[in-house]
Design a protein around this ligand. Structure first.
Ligand code: CO
Length: 623
């Protein structure tokens, strides 16, 4: 059977790739696999090429990383490239080891005893990416920082009982606790705050069921999905999460690839227990890996007629781990699509909207991130992130009011923070050669041509180079970005295109220019960056783990390459400025963020006129 060039690696292929690396002598005694993924074929290669995998290999004894490309068809190593200075995402075994090291450290135990905590087995230790603050002690070490919480039972919510002011810094390379900081005793809040179904539940919710008696309107063939005029492929990547490939509508190309290019969660609390918290959940932790990637069979995450896809991800040893039901595919009703009541003829035409939803959910420490791609009947494509889970917490002395945190319960502060997501979107509008324009609406001063002063001008400005294409959103002017194919014109003579609509969540990094996170997450200081396509420019912050910064987009764009009528990649950053509220506690109702891609002159008119009216039985309580 022929395997499509963009099909994810099978369990057998992951095993084979790991074996080729080992047999080639490229792993070493202390070598681990940070990731093994399909090496996606070069763009424009239409004939199914030989299958290649790329393994990111990390040696725990030397701290060196290399990228090994193997040919699965030839069972051979194609290349092995050292990546000097880079630190791939933490290994699972490193996170587990560091908890053991901390719990047996006498300094840490002493700090906890000072707080009246002596049942160390009942303490929840959370390892955090250490970041890079230029401390000479920390230079060249592979570090995690550990903060702790008391649990009153196995399922008790530890975040209700933060052990404030104790931070252990662990060198997982040398397997030692570098230091334990104790910044002073704050009483551990005693009261439990749980969210399990104990106590009185409301009883007046009647079942709400979705049935599709004739089946779904989509088909899934391995990783290819077809729904209405859409055709695309989907995969799960250990760093990029849920990825769309070769998205076409009505047989015309829209995107080559879209997925998470990086994300960062900078915390704004200045106290020493928290001021170093800046999680890059993609590049430092690999949110698409086990156990972060959720198996959706274990909850009630989707409603209706669902088709699931499994994800197969390599673990630290290079063995395939299958996460069952990792990707959920289903259809949702979405209100009305379009309507008009003609008051002259007393006739009404109305069509219902629905969307195809492709989603996954990832749990990283205290937070859940759901990524939802929505495909609509009129050619619109939307990305929504759903944020939920439990807030980071901080113990607050009774009677005090923190400045950079909000009180969500007595003695429990939640530091203010941002969640910033950068999506890498490789547009191919009607082909590979595209240009990007910034569009907005402006008023004009009164003049002979504008005698009433009412003139509004929609401006369209070419972003001709990488430096011109580093932009901020401006909702007051309705600023958007339009990706067009200048070689293909629509019925009114415009280039065919799609526009990126920022929406309300166009956040950027707010930490000062002198901060470490500003150097390491420079991608997040702009909403928009555009680069010409380069196969090796995949990650917006490069390898961010423990890095001093400067990698990724600032480095990619340093040569200020031209962008007009070329293969463009758009990097869009958005997010949530999260000032926690009491209602986010003890578990947070979903917060939403995202962006929309809408056809703009891609079609010659409303492309959903052909959606048939709904029959009565399916749209009203027909009597
Ligand atoms: Co938050």
């Amino acid at each position: 059977m022929t395997v499509h060039a963009l099909e994810p690696l099978s369990p057998e292929e992951i095993k084979a790739a790991a074996a080729i690396v080992k047999d080639g002598g490229l792993l070493g005694e202390h070598g681990r696999f940070s990731s093994i993924t399909l090496l996606e074929p070069p763009k424009g290669e239409s004939s199914a090429p030989a299958r290649h995998a790329v393994a990111l290999v990390y040696d725990r004894s030397t701290g060196s990383a290399s990228s090994v490309v193997v040919s699965l068809s030839e069972a051979s190593v194609v290349s092995s490239t050292p990546i000097p200075g880079s630190q791939p995402a933490y290994l699972l075994e490193e996170m587990a080891e560091c908890i053991g090291l901390v719990k047996s450290d006498a300094r840490w135990q002493e700090a906890l005893r000072k707080r009246g905590v002596d049942d160390f087995d009942a303490v929840q230790c959370d390892p955090w990416p250490a970041g890079n603050f230029g401390d000479p002690d920390e230079d060249g070490r592979r570090l995690l920082r550990v903060v702790s919480y008391v649990r009153h039972s196995d399922t008790d919510n530890g975040y209700a009982h933060p052990i404030e002011g104790v931070v252990a810094t662990v060198d997982v390379g040398h397997q030692e606790v570098l230091r334990v900081e104790d910044h002073g005793v704050v009483p551990v809040p005693e009261r439990c705050y749980n969210y399990t179904p104990d106590g009185q539940m409301r009883t007046d919710l009647k079942p709400l069921e979705i049935t599709q008696p004739s089946g779904t309107s989509f088909t899934v063939d391995r990783n290819e999905i077809a729904w209405q005029k859409w055709r695309f492929r989907v995969s799960m990547h250990p760093l990029d999460g849920l990825v769309l490939h070769t998205v076409t509508v009505d047989g015309r190309s829209v995107l080559h690839r879209a997925g998470l290019g990086e994300m960062v969660v900078p915390y704004g609390e200045t106290s020493p227990g928290h001021r170093w918290k800046n999680a890059f959940d993609s590049g430092e932790l690999g949110l698409g890996r086990f156990p972060f990637l959720n198996s959706l069979e274990l909850g009630c995450d989707c409603l209706g007629e669902i088709v699931y896809l499994d994800a197969v991800i390599a673990n630290d040893q290079g063995d395939p781990v299958t996460i069952n039901n990792a990707i959920c595919i289903h259809e949702e009703d979405y209100g009305i699509l379009w309507k008009h009541f003609d008051s002259h003829s007393f006739t009404t035409e109305v069509r219902r909207s629905r969307r195809l939803v492709v989603s996954s959910i990832h749990t990283v420490g205290n937070y859940e991130y759901g990524f939802y791609w929505y495909f609509y009947l009129d050619g619109t494509l939307q990305l929504e992130v759903k944020l939920t889970g439990v807030l980071q917490t901080m113990g607050v002395p009774p009677g005090e009011t923190p400045v950079h945190s909000t009180l969500v319960a007595p003695q429990i502060g939640a530091p203010v923070h941002q969640h910033l997501f950068c999506f890498r979107i490789d547009f191919d509008i009607d082909g590979v050669e595209n240009s990007v324009y910034e569009t907005e609406l402006s008023g004009l001063p009164r003049s002979d041509e504008n005698p009433y002063g009412n003139a509004l001008v929609p401006s369209t400005r070419l972003l001709a180079t990488e430096s011109e294409a580093q932009r901020l959103a401006d909702p007051t002017r309705g600023r958007q970005w339009r990706v067009v194919n200048p070689n293909r014109l629509n019925a009114v003579g415009q280039p065919t295109g799609y526009r990126l609509v920022p929406g309300a969540s166009a956040a950027v990094l707010l930490a000062s220019e002198e901060s470490a996170v500003h150097r390491r997450a420079t991608f997040a200081t702009k909403n928009l960056w555009v680069t010409p396509y380069a196969a090796d420019e995949a990650r917006a912050a490069g390898y961010p783990n423990l890095s001093a910064g400067g990698e990724g987009l600032p480095a990619f764009t340093a040569a200020d390459r031209p962008l007009e009528n070329t293969d463009v990649v758009v990097w869009y950053t958005f997010g949530v400025n999260h000032v926690p509220r009491p209602e986010d506690w003890p578990v947070m109702p979903v917060e939403y963020a995202g962006f929309t891609l809408q056809p703009f002159g891609f079609f010659d008119q409303n492309s959903a006129l052909d959606v048939p009216p709904s029959t009565n039985g399916h749209c009203s309580s027909s009597s």
